[in-house]
Design a binder for this molecule. Structure first.
Ligand code: MF3
Ligand code: CO
Ligand code: CO
Length: 275
């Protein structure tokens, strides 16, 4: 049996090995504000994600907007990571490090931001299409977004974490795409990464039961080819082993009495491309 504990905002800061936190109204309020800022940052990037821009320039914009919003980028200094977001291009699965590399026509790009506002973490990512993108790549991006939303539909009391993974896996594999196993969604709140793990594959009715007050991300990474990945020598960048294209979307959500609340929806309606 998993363990659950109801927490106050103060207790939400404590690491508790494997125990799943149930947050109250103050936690949901904190997440709503952090999530909104995270979504606004991604909204503001839309006009900047064009051929010729370097990923470092985009990282600068993320850092400035995060600070202007009264937050700090949670990734800055996180386990030695020195940037304000992750930018993952084409066959990069996740954790792409901003650099002087420039975006080019036809790229598909994930930008993942996590402002920490008043202690709470808003963790979200979206795909961006750079210029003219081939139909095959656009289809991957569409299906990956559908996977996220199907996972979110399964996120309700009475269901289990395995129901979320199952919904995602069924949809991705129907399109003969590979679901990445090496990274998963996670509990979050005053901690960036907390219990439980939200694996993006699974069997219905397995894993922890979903209860009101749980707060976590769903962030499926889907590959056109095989699921396998590897980490480059920089220690961060995860790429597909077969160099096939990979896409990801991420929302931070909270389980409510009758379903869930998405904290990171786009105020501008830019939830999925084209924007
Ligand atoms: N935002 C990522 C996530 O979705 C974590 C990035 S950690 C970093 O969990 F150090 F790579 F930035
Ligand atoms: Co996350
Ligand atoms: Co993220």
């Amino acid at each position: 049996m998993e363990q659950y504990v109801s927490v106050t905002p103060e207790e939400a800061m404590q690491a508790r090995d494997g125990v799943i936190k149930l947050h109250g109204p103050e936690g949901f309020d904190g997440m709503r504000k952090a999530g909104r800022l995270a979504a606004e940052i991604l909204d503001a990037l839309v006009p900047h994600v064009v051929p010729g821009v370097s990923t470092e320039e985009l990282d600068d914009i993320v850092r400035e907007m995060t600070m202007r919003g009264g937050a700090v980028p949670a990734t800055l200094g996180y386990r030695g990571y020195t940037h304000s977001c992750c930018i993952s291009i084409n066959h990069v699965i996740c954790h792409g490090i901003p650099s002087d590399k420039k975006l080019k026509d036809g790229d598909i790009v994930n930008i993942d931001v996590t402002p920490q506002l008043n202690g709470w973490h808003g963790d979200t990512s979206r795909m961006f299409l750079v210029g003219d993108v081939p139909v095959k790549a656009k289809r991957l991006v569409d299906v990956t977004y559908e996977c996220l939303m199907l996972g979110i539909e399964a996120a309700k009391p009475g269901n289990y974490v395995g129901d979320i993974g199952h919904a995602i896996q069924m949809h991705a594999e129907k399109h003969r795409y590979g679901v990445v196993r090496d990274f998963c969604g996670h509990g979050l709140g005053q901690l960036f990464h907390d219990a439980p793990e939200i694996v993006h594959v699974g069997r219905p009715g397995t894993g922890p039961e979903l209860r009101p007050g749980m707060i976590f991300t769903i962030e499926p990474m889907i590959n056109i080819g095989k699921a396998a990945g590897k980490i480059l020598d920089d220690g961060w960048t995860a790429v597909t082993r077969d160099r096939s294209l990979s896409a990801q979307f991420e929302h931070s959500i909270g389980i409510t009495e009758d379903g869930c609340e998405i904290f990171t929806s786009s105020p501008k309606g830019f939830d999925k491309p084209p924007y």
